[in-house]
Design a protein around this ligand. Sequence first.
Ligand SMILES: Nc1nc2[nH]cnc2c(=O)[nH]1
Length: 455
Amino acid sequence: MAVSASERDEVAPTLDGPVPRSLGFLDQGAFWANLGVSLLGFAGVLAVLQPAGAPPLTVAAAVVATVVGTAIGSAMVGLSAIPGARTGAPAMVVLRDLFGGVLSWIPSVLNVVQLIGWGTFELVVIAQAGTLALGGPTWAWVVGAGVVTTLLTLRPLGMLRLLRRVVTILVAISVAYLAWWLFTRPTGADLGDRGSWSGFWAGTDAAIAVAVSWIPVASDYSRHSKRVSTAFTSATIGYGVTQVLCFVVGLAALSLVGGDGDAVFAPMLAAPLGVLALLVLTVRETDQSFANVYSTAVSAQNLVPRADRRVLSLAIGALITVLALGVTIDDYAVFLAVIGSVFVPLLGVGVGEALVAHRRGRAMDLSRWAPSRPLMVLAWVVGLVVYQLINPGGAPVWSDAWSALREAIGFAPPSWLSASLTSFLVAGLVAAAFAALEPRRSAPRASTAAGAATP
Ligand SMILES: Nc1nc2[nH]cnc2c(=O)[nH]1
């Protein structure tokens, strides 16, 4: 049977298939720019303005924290896109080289858990915004969004092309329109009237945290990049610019409803074309659920390489739809922030190790049973402990335990210490030291490029 050009330029069903290299800067930039504008982000900026466990910020401090945190977080996402572009392997397969084949299952499982959580959360948010804009039963929105999401995952590169050619322009017009409307309203409440700058780094960490949950998915898309450099720049610039825009528009909307996150869409809907603009953003939000479901499938393939990604996507799409219909997701949000934070030191380990490997001229081993490197896992755990001790977050039980440990050892971090930056640096330095101590590996089995990810 003849295979059409668009079918040839699609992701192979299993890990060992060819890897199309068709994405340019604009394809990837449009994808990341869309991920930066999230319905969750408009109210999510409250986590920057009022960071958990720290004093609230002034609006000026929150805007600066948003810019600084987003710049750092999106650069981290950009960095994590590099190995995919260099090797042609998805994010979790890249970790076979860093941790070893079997130990790479640990971050893969964590990633699957976070992505299923995010995917569920996204369907709930789409349903909430959809019912606000157009009405109708919530379950119908959940099921509709679940079906659309799942269909989009069947042709992931087609989805990215659709985003670049059609969707991005509609989103840009909608956000510009909403921003114009919100910023020309009579001045609202001063959200930071009781704020200060002393919680600045906690607020910055919150802005970083929103971006870093994309770290363990970036290579799933950059593996299709034509060039390594555009994988980095498109993710960093595309995501960074739009996350800042989204948060600032969110602050403007929140100031009109006295900082009530649940009412953040009300001032947008008050605009003459507000329903239309919100509807565009609601339908477009399926790019986020798409990325969550597709990357869950690809992450799972690290454990079951011969599984067909389309079958996995169908199962995961159905799962998040059922979860979104039945689960109260609000409490899960803080856990998602905690899980996201574990990927910051993971990136630190990857960068620290890569610097040593580069100096030694060591090629990567992405084979399924690549030798275990427990010292790299240890470096990750050290970074993770550093993060949690500085910023335990607000998750019940988990954060309480870290706060208790902090008290028990008498550790009171200064307010200028960023959990993200410190854990990234510590994990990177420890990993580099361990990598330098490790015996040099003999003949590397696999190098870069498609096919390196042997099943
Ligand atoms: N991985 C992931 N990170 C997010 N950060 C904000 N929204 C999302 C999402 O849907 N998925």
